[in-house]
Design a protein around this ligand. Structure first.
Ligand code: CA
Ligand code: CA
Ligand code: CA
Ligand code: CA
Length: 339
């Protein structure tokens, strides 16, 4: 009981330091709608708040991949849509800016594999609002979702390289949401502490080590030996609460390589979350984070036969990165944030 205050303090400090830093936003390459917003929000200044997220209409016409990069530069991603109410809120954001319902990009695409739909922010794709007869996959080249299509203002799959306005979304400033859940987290910490130090350390141990995930720099990583297409591998990672791994620096890459070596005793080729399926040369991570670091092999990515759009690691003699067809089967590495 003597150590109780200390443990509670540690809990509180862990909670506070675990809070995400506010998302970065660069002033360059920013296209913001100069428009009135349906609901000014203190949590997301200049954006419209709905259901814990902030939305903004971007009137500038861009390809889907450029629109996604633009949203990333604003600290978000192209909007994902979770239900019909959120879709209506997004339509309202567009209306309040344009007094119209122009066709616009949101973050859905099936560019890696036909009919496997993914959101660019890495969240699972459950809800959809397709128009009749859509998605049509016309000529197998329609891979990105436009909303406000046709008389019913529903969803259509269309070529990713056409230029449309777009809707970005980002989380509310997270320190505020952290502060809201703080009392609950402290309560849980206290209960765990009171029920005994053994239980407490077991919970920690199970979470960190017993589940098969390896912890590194704020995330958990796991190697999935089953060979799958890139899109199936991403879906599998999502079913485990994560995404295919994004890689931020050489140390993370070495950690992932070590993980594979440790499990397979080989430097096995594997999928991670990079792809440029929507627009050749515009690489995106499936978890929605910005693509800065890369470790391409010499001469790669070469977009061989103009059909290589997914990122495999441990390629060639240097065990570096290569772009390859998304429908080949590879083991994979998933990552998820420590919550
Ligand atoms: Ca399609
Ligand atoms: Ca279509
Ligand atoms: Ca490519
Ligand atoms: Ca290649």
């Amino acid at each position: 009981m003597k150590t109780l205050p200390v443990i509670v303090i540690v809990c509180v400090v862990m909670t506070l330091t675990g809070a995400d830093a506010p998302p970065e936003a660069k002033s360059s390459d920013i296209h913001i709608a100069k428009s009135q917003l349906i609901k000014r929000s203190t949590h997301c200044p200049g954006w419209s708040e709905y259901n814990g997220r902030c939305f903004i209409f971007i009137p500038t016409h861009m390809t889907w991949a450029r629109a996604e990069r633009n949203c990333q530069s604003l600290g978000g991603n192209l909007a994902s849509v979770r239900d019909v109410f959120e879709y209506q809120a997004i339509q309202k954001v567009i209306w309040s800016s344009t007094y119209d319902y122009p066709e616009s990009w949101v973050g859905g695409s099936d560019a890696q594999e036909e009919n496997i739909w993914l959101w660019s922010d890495g969240t699972p794709f459950h809800y959809s609002n397709w128009c009749r007869g859509e998605p049509s996959h016309y000529n197998h080249v329609q891979r990105c979702i436009e909303i406000n299509y046709g008389g019913s203002k529903c969803w259509d799959d269309v070529q990713c390289y056409i230029r449309l306005p777009s809707v970005c979304a980002k989380k509310k400033i997270s320190i505020i949401s952290t502060m809201k859940t703080l009392p609950l987290i402290v309560f849980v910490c206290v209960v765990l502490t009171l029920t005994g130090a053994d239980a407490w350390s077991c919970v920690i141990r199970r979470y960190r080590y017993c589940s098969g995930w390896s912890r590194y720099k704020g995330r958990y990583f796991i190697y999935i030996p089953t060979p799958m297409t890139w899109a199936r591998a991403e879906k599998n990672c999502q079913s485990l609460g994560g995404n295919l791994a994004s890689v931020r620096n050489i140390y993370e890459y070495h950690k992932i390589q070590w993980l594979i070596l440790h499990k397979t005793h080989r430097q096995q080729q594997a999928w991670i979350g990079g792809s440029d399926c929507q627009q050749n040369g515009v690489w995106l991570w499936s978890d929605g984070t910005r693509f800065h670091y890369s470790n391409w092999c010499p001469g790669e990515p070469n977009n061989g036969q103009r059909a290589q759009h997914c990122l495999q690691i441990n390629y060639g003699a240097s065990k570096c990165w290569d772009d390859v067809q998304c429908n080949v089967h590879r083991p994979s590495v998933c990552a998820k944030k420590i919550r």
